[in-house]
Design a protein around this ligand. Structure first.
Ligand code: BGC
Length: 382
């Protein structure tokens, strides 16, 4: 009797120890990350769990600066492209490594749209079009940060108030972005925004993933599945034609696991628009999950390292871009260079150019309404 009691007492105290080890396993800390060219101090928040996953977020651009994920042997590597210092981010304004994109992810044709009969012109910074919110988008702003707490998650909330008319967009936009990590190796990004005038917005995260490790070569052997039966074809300036076209019979068919490299060289006009010389993916897939965050939207596996990324999102679309404009000239973290096709992005979003496309889901936000988005990147390594 005495022995049984002692044993269960021991078992109980072991359980308590494990539980508190788990709680203690989720930690966050912050440190300085240098100063911008105009003297603004930048901070870095680092979230950790007890399985070797670690995410670092900086207050410049709401950037996911590094993401350590263990491989099948337990060896952690940084799987996102980026820079070691703030100067790297400021010196490379058009790559958007890891950035929070706003006010409008992807393109707006001619930088023009109208709301309630009023015309707006936002900066054109991508040929004739506006890309990722214009030349000084959310990726180039200094965000306020605060550690966030929620049972089972450790996080950081970034806040930015974009003044009425900033980059040509109407309304004062109050934006919150929360990055959180849990013990299931899930990195979650939650967005929340409100406006004081009717406006349009399309927020996303522009992380470039390479599951074999950032700077370890191209991603052509990594295998993707995108649960999307249609995509939005584009014209030569990457503006959607307005059509939702079936992926069947095209290189955009990722309904079954397919290596990025399998059809990237295909002689298909859409691939030529995305990357005229060598081909590449840079399209918006219309997710069959239709905004159901409980359903798997896309996944990518790296056969070599065993790392596996699964994507869940409330957004109706995802821009899958294979780093077609990387050319080995950008020197990233630890001096590594990022070659052509050296990463892929999974930018969860509403469809590009939605403000000018009557058939696309609306990106309008009115005063009194709240914009929300949840996107979750889940990692495993078998
Ligand atoms: C776009 C690409 C662009 C890249 C910016 C992607 O979201 O679709 O065309 O080059 O962002 O680096």
């Amino acid at each position: 009797m005495h022995r049984t009691l002692t044993l269960s007492g021991l078992r109980l105290s072991l359980m308590i120890a494990t539980l508190s080890a788990h709680a203690a396993g989720l930690t966050s800390e912050h440190s300085a990350f240098g100063t911008t060219s105009d003297g603004a101090p930048i901070e870095k928040y680092t979230l950790r769990n007890s399985h070797g996953m670690q995410a670092s977020i900086i207050t410049w651009g709401g950037v996911l600066q590094s993401l350590m994920v263990p491989d099948k042997n337990g060896k952690a590597d940084d799987v996102v492209l980026g820079f070691d210092d703030i100067q790297g981010y400021q010196a490379n304004p058009t790559v958007y490594f890891g950035a929070t994109i706003g006010r409008f992810g992807n393109r707006i044709a001619g930088g023009k749209f109208s709301l309630d009969g009023k015309q707006y012109q936002v900066p054109t910074n991508d040929g004739p079009n506006s890309l990722h919110g214009g030349s000084q988008g959310f990726d180039k702003r200094v965000w306020k940060a605060e550690a966030s707490k929620e049972k089972g998650w450790v996080g950081v909330t970034l806040t930015y108030t974009s003044p009425d008319g900033e980059m040509g967009f109407p309304g004062t936009l109050e934006t919150h972005v929360t990055y959180s990590l849990n013990e299931k190796n899930e990195l979650r990004i939650q967005y929340r925004a409100t406006t004081d005038k009717p406006t349009v917005l399309n927020l996303t995260n522009h992380s470039y993933f390479n599951l074999a490790g950032a700077g370890s070569g191209d991603v052509l052997k990594q295998v993707a599945t995108v649960y999307a039966s249609t995509y939005t074809p584009v014209n030569s300036t990457l503006i959607p034609t307005g059509e939702l076209a079936p992926v069947a019979g095209t290189p955009m068919d990722f309904l079954h696991p397919t290596a990025f490299g399998k059809n990237i060289h295909a002689d298909h006009p859409q691939l030529k628009f995305a990357e005229p010389k060598q081909g590449g993916f840079d399209f918006n897939w219309v997710l069959d999950t239709k905004g159901n965050v409980g359903k798997l939207a896309a996944e990518v596996r790296d056969p070599q390292s065993g790392r596996h990324l699964q994507l869940y999102t409330t957004e109706p679309g995802v821009q899958l871009y294979t780093g077609n404009f990387l050319d080995g000239t950008v020197k990233g973290k630890a001096g590594k260079v990022y070659p052509h096709w050296g990463a892929f992005t999974l930018e969860t979003q509403h469809y590009p150019d939605a403000p000018n496309q009557p058939n696309f889901l609306s990106t309008r936000l009115d005063p009194g309404k709240v914009y929300t988005q949840t996107t979750l990147f889940k990692f495993s390594n078998k």
